[in-house]
Structures are given as structure tokens and as C-alpha cells.
Design a protein around this ligand. Structure first.
Ligand SMILES: Cc1cc2nc3c(=O)[nH]c(=O)nc-3n(C[C@H](O)[C@H](O)[C@H](O)COP(=O)(O)OP(=O)(O)OC[C@H]3O[C@@H](n4cnc5c(N)ncnc54)[C@H](O)[C@@H]3O)c2cc1C
Length: 396
């Protein structure tokens, strides 16, 4: 089976890692950036225990690499801006292992490095068509604008992220649902002064600051401010004064760690990267089942629970396992089975991530919204999130 993977990000790199040693597969992997590109280097991620569980079951060498390049993530914890505790949920209460805290650049290195020269960098997907033999052909463009064709493709796995060109061409623009939350993120060198290690969050109204330390000693900081769904964050909030006003009260006690981090964000205010939280409608298949979407191209989701890259890893492991579990009569049967396997799981994960975002919305009071959100049902949801995973046919 000739398979082309477009996009060597989290889903694409990992699915290619899992497919490349299967003798019946002829694999091509294409990626638009150069191998030295570190566009996402300024980001950290918390990856859920469920991704580690999937890797351990299907690709143990992937689990080993993830653990070696990260620190353990062991808890959800949140405070008010004063430092008073709102809640703490140790992951050991709801999962069978910790998650991880990892740099973006490390996650991409783990996804890409084992593929070595099998990835064709600086090749941008442009166009797909049906060849005369009924198989697929696609055009790639190199940095000089030269077009090259790959033909006789049996399966195209589109891992080209949440702005997937392949999905837009084959299925039309995805339906976007805005959460009504703006995000910024940065890395902070505190020299250990704050004493922060595992995840901490502070709420001042619905304004949330989340932080955790990464393996290189720096702090990853991510902030959320509410906006109208589909609207833009006003520029005044993006200034040092705006950030202080959002997170710090005019008078009264403040957790000194929060004050430190807000000053660090204010010092970088002009350079902060802002985005809006959103999800797209779910779509796994196109082209009569000969095109399969994995990761964000299939189901970009609200980032609140840190499940985007986590689910890209689950997707990749689930597909590799399904592929290996039996011999498939044709590609459409394989991709239809994948859709049936992943759809119920993804419907749950997306809905749970969306609902968990409630305390971040306009007008929410942190104490009241967390009181409504937390409790036995929420912990049962976390257990389902972290312990269920996709069924692995080869493990039955
Ligand atoms: C602010 C923010 C914070 C987040 N925090 C977390 C977190 O803590 N935990 C978590 O699990 N997730 C988090 N996520 C989500 C996570 O980033 C994504 O869900 C994840 O990267 C999806 O992986 P992917 O492989 O589908 O796409 P990507 O990682 O985006 O990879 C897509 C790849 O396709 C390539 N590509 C795109 N177009 C083309 C083309 N035309 N031709 C060739 N190649 C192409 C790109 O260069 C890229 O390498 C966060 C997201 C955001 C925005």
C-alpha cells in the first residue's frame, strides 16, 4: 500500500514512525517547513496520561522518548489570585500514570527525528487529484516554486494541522465554533526564584494564568482572557497596564508568585503571541475513504484540558494498531473502521474539553463556576478521559 503522510507534526510524525517498518507499506512523508524550523519553540505543553498510555500499549519506544524528554505532570491545581486554594486533583486519583510537561520543540523532535531522511522537508502540499488508474496523485511545491508530483497513492493521511488545506479543498471550510477566550503564552526564566514546579493556576475573575516548569528549567506561562465568541481581544488588554489590570486587584492581597509572573508577562507584552480558542467540526474521511484526517485537521478542539496534542498522539497510535491488527480488503474498509473506532471517543473528549472551559468565560466567578464544575461527575469525566483511550484491536 502506498501511503503519503502530509505534515510531520505530532500526528503525522508519530503515525509515520509507526508505519515505516511495516513491509507492505511504501511510505512518503512530506513537511512544509525546513528540518531546522523551530516556529513553535516558545511553547510548552501538558500532555495527558492517556497519550502515554496509548504510546505504552502500541509504540513503547515513543513512550520511552517522551518520558526521557519531559518532566512528570501530576496534578490539576488552581488558586484564587490571593493564593487561596480553589481545588486540587492529583492525577493519581483519576489516571493510572502521570502526564508529562514538554517543550514543543522536543515533541516535534521526538515525532520527526526517528524518520531521518524519510521526511521530505520544504515540500508544501498544493493539490490532490485522481490519477488515471483511480489512485490519488498530489502536487508538492518546493521553496523555489517548482512543482513535483507523487502519484499512484492508495492512502493519503492528512496531518496538516488545524488550518488543513487538504480538508478545505476536499470538504470545504470547517465549521468553526469560538469558545470566547483569548490566549497568550510565553517562557519565563525565573532562576528558580518562584519555587514553581508542577502545574499551578490562578484565577482573578475568569482571567486565568497557568504555569509549569519545563525540563530546561524555564517556566511555561499561558494566560486566558474572556472575549465575545468570534470577537477580538481589545488592544488595551495586551499592554503591561492591561495585563496587570486583568490579573491583579487594585488593592488587597496577591500571591507573590502571580505578581512575579504578571510582571514577567508585562515586560514581554509587546512580543506576546495571542490566539483565540476554538474547535472545528469533526471529519475523519474524504475522497471515498482514500483520504484520512488525523490530529487537528480532523478535530481541532478547545485547548483547556491540554488534549489537542494528546489526542493527536492517541489518533496516531490507534491508526497504527488498527492497520497492524489484520489484513484489510481495501483502503476504504480500513479508514471506515478507523472512523468508527475514533468517533465516539473524540465526541466525548471534545465535549468534555469544551464544558471544562466554563470558568474561563465572560462574567464567571471563579468560586461559583468551579463549585458547579467540580465534584464526582467531573472526576468521573477525567477518569474516562485518562483511562479509556481508544480500543486497540490487536490487544483484545
Ligand atoms: C495556545 C495553544 C496551547 C496548546 N496547549 C496544548 C497542551 O498543553 N497540550 C496538548 O495536548 N495540546 C495543546 N495544544 C494543541 C496542540 O498544539 C495541537 O492539538 C497539536 O499540535 C495537533 O497536532 P497535529 O499533528 O494535528 O498538527 P500540528 O502539530 O500543527 O502539525 C501540522 C504539521 O503539518 C505541516 N503542514 C501544514 N500544512 C502543510 C502543507 N500544506 N504541506 C506540508 N506540510 C504542512 C505543519 O508545518 C506541521 O508540521 C495547544 C494549542 C494551542 C494553540
Amino acid at each position: 500500500m502506498k501511503i503519503v503522510v502530509v505534515g510531520a507534526g505530532v500526528a503525522g510524525g508519530v503515525v509515520a514512525r509507526g508505519l515505516r517498518d511495516i513491509r507492505s507499506v511504501e511510505l512518503n512523508v512530506v513537511e512544509q517547513v525546513a528540518s531546522s524550523d523551530h516556529a513553535e519553540a516558545g511553547n510548552g505543553l501538558n500532555v495527558g496520561p492517556n497519550a502515554l498510555r496509548a504510546a505504552a500499549a502500541i509504540m513503547p519506544c515513543l513512550e520511552r522518548d517522551l518520558l526521557a524528554a519531559s518532566l512528570p505532570w501530576r496534578r490539576w491545581r488552581a488558586n484564587l489570585h490571593t493564593g487561596a486554594a480553589l481545588y486540587e486533583i492529583p492525577l493519581e486519583r483519576v489516571a493510572d500514570r502521570p502526564g508529562i510537561r514538554i517543550r514543543w520543540s522536543e515533541l516535534y523532535r521526538i515525532a520527526r527525528q526517528p524518520l531521518g531522511t524519510d521526511i521530505r522537508y520544504e515540500r508544501r502540499y498544493r493539490r490532490l487529484r485522481s490519477g488515471a488508474d483511480g489512485r490519488l496523485a498530489l502536487d508538492l511545491e518546493d521553496p523555489a516554486g517548482l512543482i513535483e508530483e507523487i502519484g499512484e497513492i492508495d492512502l493519503l493521511i492528512a496531518c496538516d494541522g488545524r488550518y488543513s488545506r487538504i480538508r478545505e479543498q476536499l470538504c470545504g471550510p470547517p465549521a468553526i465554533r469560538h469558545l470566547g477566550v483569548a490566549n497568550f503564552r510565553l517562557l519565563v526564566e525565573d532562576g528558580g526564584a518562584t519555587g514553581i514546579d508542577d502545574m499551578e493556576q490562578w484565577f482573578h475573575g475568569p482571567h486565568r494564568l497557568l504555569v509549569f516548569r519545563l525540563a530546561d528549567g524555564r517556566l511555561y506561562v499561558s494566560g486566558n482572557l474572556p472575549i465575545d465568541p468570534g470577537g477580538e481581544l481589545e488592544d488595551r488588554w495586551k499592554t503591561p497596564a492591561g495585563l496587570r489590570a486583568a490579573y491583579l486587584p487594585q488593592a488587597g492581597p496577591v500571591d507573590p508568585r502571580l505578581a512575579y509572573l504578571i510582571e514577567a508577562a508585562a515586560a514581554q507584552a509587546a512580543a506576546l503571541h495571542w490566539s483565540r480558542a476554538q474547535e472545528i467540526d469533526m471529519c475523519f474521511l474524504a475522497g471515498g475513504g482514500r483520504v484520512l484526517f488525523l490530529g487537528d485537521s480532523a478535530h481541532a478542539m478547545a485547548p483547556t484540558l491540554g488534549q489537542g496534542a494528546t489526542q493527536a498522539l492517541e489518533d496516531a497510535c490507534a491508526f497504527v494498531d488498527l492497520f497492524r491488527s489484520r489484513s484489510w480488503p481495501d483502503v476504504a474498509a480500513l479508514t471506515a473502521a478507523y472512523d468508527a473506532l475514533r468517533r465516539p471517543r473524540m465526541e466525548f473528549v471534545r465535549r468534555f474539553s469544551w464544558d471544562a472551559s466554563d470558568p474561563l468565560l465572560k462574567g464567571r466567578d471563579p468560586v461559583l463556576s468551579h463549585r458547579a464544575k467540580l465534584g464526582a461527575d467531573y472526576e468521573a469525566g477525567l477518569r474516562r478521559l485518562y483511562l479509556d483511550g481508544p480500543p486497540y484491536p490487536s490487544k483484545r
